[in-house]
Design a protein around this ligand. Structure first.
Ligand code: C2E
Ligand code: CA
Ligand code: CA
Length: 446
């Protein structure tokens, strides 16, 4: 390496070699920097390439390596990544862009071949040399020059767009850009922008879907569900905006809105002398993993005169993909504070039964996909699964809810198998607050 840190007063004192080094290499790894790769990307034909694929990746939780093992170990890992990229015979040009971001221009190959080669590369970097128990995961996006129609410079954005899909903890993820992704990305950004206006313009509303005890058909609770009356013109169903807001990290605003609305309604109903039932609100994954989750919840709930036992948080089963210990600790805190906790869509994810026994749950919701199958298969497979899930809930003394119940046959079988409560169109669709209040009052007068 050349000696760059001598005292210099003017540019003439640097040799051409030194200036080249400063322009195209970065100091931590002494490897090519983004300027160097960008030039090759912009003028790839002049660099002898007719086509290529572009790869962009970073190290998941790289700052943890720095925090746990110190910056020297972090820097060594960055250098190792550079050496590894440099040795690949299928990579044309590689660089470290900044921090823990790296980019490569590689040979154009079928996607599965690229996938395999990248997996091999990440495998060879999958543990820290200083502590082979410490796993290293990567988040990687790939775009091909064929994906770029008119504006060449965008290939970097396309690969990063694909890379941004890698949100799961504890695994290396590789995503290939597709043209649909661009439409989706565009849609997400637009919805996020529209959401701010929607909140200001009172376009968001909470509907309540009641839950009933199948033994005596009494009202035992409700789930609060978001509704968006877009520009007061048409209702957009949650499936058309919730997933996009989740992707944009903006779903918290909806969840906060719903929680606040539920607290407001509960306080008012209580004032009116109505006997309350627990109301559940959905909590998205992004929310649960936000560091201020507990303070955030309390800052809303504590403004209202409502007992916490009337508020239930529904967490989806796929939450268990992330950092399980962290998730359990948040759940325990919520329970300790007196809130009810439910696991939503049970059976659709991969939560092990072991995890279930560790979760401080009050409620388990059997997913609609199992309910749909009740009584219809000759081999009775859904019946068998639902019965067994219900046995488990009884064993752990967890309250059970079946969702998406549409027919009397489903309801009767669930009743026979001891399911505690039923939510679904058989009893009621989600309804506006005024209608739900009427149901509550009717229940009170019975
Ligand atoms: P989910 O939490 O599983 O909510 C249940 C969904 O099933 C609701 O759809 C409900 O209307 C629908 N459903 C209930 N009973 C039946 C039935 O008998 N048949 C059929 N076909 N459907 C039934 P909805 O309200 O459209 O919500 C869809 C999803 O959007 C929810 O699924 C939830 O994942 C999400 N969502 C809704 N509100 C919120 C919210 O406030 N925050 C967050 N984070 N997500 C929400
Ligand atoms: Ca739910
Ligand atoms: Ca559900």
């Amino acid at each position: 390496m050349c000696e760059l840190f001598r005292k210099t007063t003017s540019i003439e004192e640097f040799s051409k070699q030194e200036l080249f080094q400063m322009a195209f290499f970065e100091t931590v790894t002494n490897y090519y920097n983004w300027n160097w790769l960008r030039e090759r990307l912009s003028f790839y034909e002049e660099f002898g390439l007719s086509d290529f694929a572009f790869v962009h990746f970073d190290i998941k939780d790289f700052k943890m390596v720095n925090e746990l093992y110190g910056h020297d170990v972090g820097d060594k890992l960055l250098r190792r990544v550079c050496r590894t990229m440099d040795a690949l015979e299928w990579a044309y040009f590689c660089c470290r862009c900044e921090n823990d971001n790296f980019a490569m221009m590689i040979r154009k190959m079928p996607d599965d071949e690229i996938q395999k080669k990248l997996e091999d590369m990440f495998d060879s970097l999958s543990v820290l040399e200083e502590d082979t128990q410490y796993p290293i995961y990567f988040r990687c996006g790939v775009a091909s020059i064929d994906n770029v129609s008119d504006y060449r410079a965008l290939i970097t954005d396309l690969a990063k767009m694909a890379q941004n899909l890698g949100v799961r903890a504890n695994t290396t993820e590789i995503f290939f850009y597709t043209n649909e992704m661009k439409d989706e990305q565009f849609k997400s950004k637009r919805i996020k922008k529209e959401l701010s206006k929607a909140i200001e313009n009172d376009e968001l509303m909470v509907y309540y879907q009641p839950k009933f005890n199948p033994v005596d058909n009494s009202l035992v609770g409700a789930e609060a569900l978001i509704r968006w009356n877009f520009k007061h013109e048409r209702m957009i169903p949650p499936c058309d905006f919730v997933p996009y807001l989740e992707k944009e990290g903006a779903i918290g605003r909806v969840d906060n809105f719903v929680l606040e609305q539920v607290c407001k309604n509960l306080e008012q109903w209580k004032k009116d002398g109505v006997k309350l039932v627990p109301i559940s609100v959905n909590m998205s994954r992004v929310q649960l993993y936000s560091p201020l989750i507990i303070q955030n919840i309390l800052s809303i709930v504590d403004k209202y005169d409502v007992e916490r036992e009337y508020i239930e948080f529904e967490l989806t089963e796929s939450l268990a993909y992330g950092d399980v210990d962290y998730m359990l600790s948040v759940m325990k805190q919520l329970r300790k504070l007196g809130f009810l906790l439910s696991i939503d869509d049970f059976g659709t994810g991969y939560s092990s039964l072991n995890l279930l026994s560790n979760m401080p749950l009050t409620t388990l919701k059997i997913d609609k996909s199992f309910v749909d199958g009740i009584g219809i298969y000759e081999d009775g497979r859904s019946d068998y699964i639902v019965k067994n899930i219900l046995d488990i809930t009884k064993h752990f003394q967890i309250y059970s809810v079946a969702e998406g119940v549409e027919t009397i046959e489903q309801k009767d079988l669930l009743l026979e198998w001891g399911c505690n409560s039923i939510q679904g169109y058989y009893y009621s669709k989600p309804v506006p607050e005024a209608d739900f209040l009427m149901l509550l009052k009717r229940q009170n007068s019975n």
